[in-house]
Design a binder for this molecule. Structure first.
Ligand SMILES: *[C@@H]1O[C@H](CO)[C@@H](O)[C@H](O)[C@H]1NC(C)=O
Ligand SMILES: *[C@@H]1O[C@H](CO)[C@@H](O)[C@H](O)[C@H]1NC(C)=O
Length: 510
């Protein structure tokens, strides 16, 4: 994974926090993405031979950052918001200097160590306690880590998963109070729950709402499915749900491409940029989208073709009554940039995109990362042990925030489908970065064959799709439960910048 040099370009800005009112408590965190994507206007005379153009996977379309300040006085940091891990850590001096914080306390020197899904990643440092503020909220004496040795991880991370997934647990230790636990303990929010609205691929803002959800950011009803346990421990350790069908919807017709008994544990992980799906499904979609692999294993597609097709991939969870999320084809087309920062093109001038999914390999969990998550409004309710999903409304501007409490969960659980998460590899998870060595920086060279690809794709011909099982496309269900209107506090996230270029690397922070 490349070092995100662009992070230095981030400037912390005042957060639009409304005054905290007494009750109930919700913390609202806007996410901003770097809108600085390579659009057609960025097009330049491409190098004389298009075939020599190097494409790099551009992760500016994934990974979401939160602005935070740590210490007293506050030191400004940008951290990746990660539902797939549970520790908060940041780089030491240069980013955070403990000596400059009067509220810093050393807890355990040298004891913090974590690896993430990205190959070769490793972070080591000290457990500390200090004050952290984000979105207008302040959490004192939060247990975090300051890193002194970091490999293959671009920036500090705010892990917001279960405390059972803290790095210390993998090493035989007892969990400490996670940042979410501390937020509840300090009365910032009243329940361990948060909602993520990542918004559209090309939009510059989205948000994370702690303690509540926003009824104006999704259509239809939120439907809940139980969070699934880890097979070994039987405990809830990850944001795993039962994924029970995938349908290919071309606008005019819909076909399921999963067998009727399909039920797989799938991690909803904001810290993974792509989606990792079973190989067979991947192969079908790869051919449906007429993708071609470059030598690093990136599946390259014609952006225009995916953009024009009205189709969606419809993911259903928790069985036939569960939530269905329709992901527009275009959300799976991530612009491929050249090493000089322009948008890579085929010989005929059409634009190249990287298909935003990868095949699962044996030990990988299935991960529905940012390419899936942007189309969903997702409420992660750790207290009620459920995840609620609804179709997102891209670019929604209205807001109506509702608090979640133990006694008023979002919606009742719609399903009994149970799967267990068997794929796991210690605290950090496994490496989904196959076919491109997660550690590559700077880009991969693009093979001639791929660059001369034809531009005559014809998405929409559903007969191209091998398997077919009748689909049950139910989307209805019971309405949302709680309807308490509450004031919100705003907190922000931001996506990585354009200069973050990685060759064939999938950024995965499990
Ligand atoms: C984070 O801080 C940077 C620098 O001020 C700012 O540009 C960005 O908009 C902030 N992000 C959010 C989500 O507030
Ligand atoms: C949302 O806004 C972005 C830019 O602000 C735009 O590119 C995108 O097409 C919009 N999405 C939808 C679905 O309208």
């Amino acid at each position: 994974m490349a070092v995100l040099s662009s992070l230095r370009g981030l400037v912390l800005m005042g957060l639009a926090a409304t005054t905290a009112l007494a009750e109930p408590r919700v913390l609202h965190m806007p996410i901003t993405r770097n809108a600085n994507h390579p659009g057609p206007l960025a097009k330049r005379a491409s190098p004389s031979n298009t075939a020599q153009v190097t494409v790099v996977n551009d992760i500016s379309y994934g990974l979401y950052y939160v602005n935070a300040t740590v210490g007293t006085p506050g030191q400004e940091l940008s951290l990746v918001l990660d539902t797939g891990s549970s520790d908060v850590w940041f780089f030491g001096p240069g980013a955070y200097d403990p000596k400059k914080s009067s509220s810093y306390k050393l807890l355990n020197k040298g004891d913090f160590e974590i690896q993430y899904g990205t190959e070769g990643s490793d972070v080591q440092g000290d457990y500390i306690s200090d004050t952290i503020s984000f979105g207008g909220a302040t959490v004192k004496q939060a247990t975090m880590a300051v890193a002194y040795q970091v490999a293959q991880v671009p920036t500090g991370i705010m892990g917001i998963g279960f405390d059972t997934n803290e790095a210390i647990v993998a090493e035989g230790g007892q969990p400490y109070k996670s940042i979410i636990d501390r937020m509840v303990a300090e009365g910032v929010i009243s329940t361990k729950a948060y909602s993520l609205w990542l918004n559209d691929l090309f939009s510059s803002d989205g948000n994370c709402l702690f303690g509540g959800y926003d009824t104006k950011k999704f259509s239809g009803n939120l439907l809940s499915v139980p969070i699934q346990p880890d097979a070994q421990s039987g405990q809830l350790t990850s944001m795993t749900v039962a994924w029970t069908s995938l349908s290919l919807n071309t606008g005019s017709s819909t076909k399921s491409i999963t067998p009727s008994n399909f039920a797989e544990p799938a991690l909803l992980d904001s810290g993974t940029t792509l989606s990792i799906i079973p190989e067979q499904l991947y192969d079908e979609l790869h051919s449906f989208f007429e993708a071609q692999d470059d030598e690093s294993g990136n599946a390259i597609v014609d952006c225009g073709t995916l953009d024009k097709a009205d189709g969606t991939l419809d993911f259903q969870f928790g069985g036939s009554k569960g939530p269905v999320i329709k992901v527009p084809f275009s959300e799976f087309a991530l612009p491929a940039t050249t090493t000089i920062g322009t948008w890579a093109q085929f010989d005929d001038g059409s634009y190249m995109c990287v298909l935003g999914m990868q095949p699962q390999t044996e030990s990988d969990p299935i991960i529905l990362g940012d390419t899936f998550l942007r189309s969903a409004y997702v409420v992660y309710d750790l207290d009620n042990k459920q995840i609620s999903l609804a179709q997102t409304i891209f670019n929604a501007t209205d807001s109506n925030v509702v608090e979640i409490s133990k006694t008023s969960p979002v919606a009742s659980v719609v399903t009994g489908v149970v799967v267990t998460q068997t794929a796991s590899a210690g605290s950090g998870g496994v490496v989904p970065g196959e076919g491109g060595s997660g550690a590559t920086t700077g880009g991969s060279s693009f093979p001639t064959e791929t660059a001369v690809a034809s531009a005559t794709n014809s998405l929409g011909d559903i007969s191209d799709v091998p398997t077919s099982t009748a689909t049950s496309s139910s989307g209805g269900g019971s309405g949302a439960g709680a309807t308490v209107h509450v004031p919100g506090l705003l907190l922000s996230l931001q996506a990585a910048g354009l200069s973050t270029l990685i060759g064939g690397a999938l950024v995965a922070l499990l």
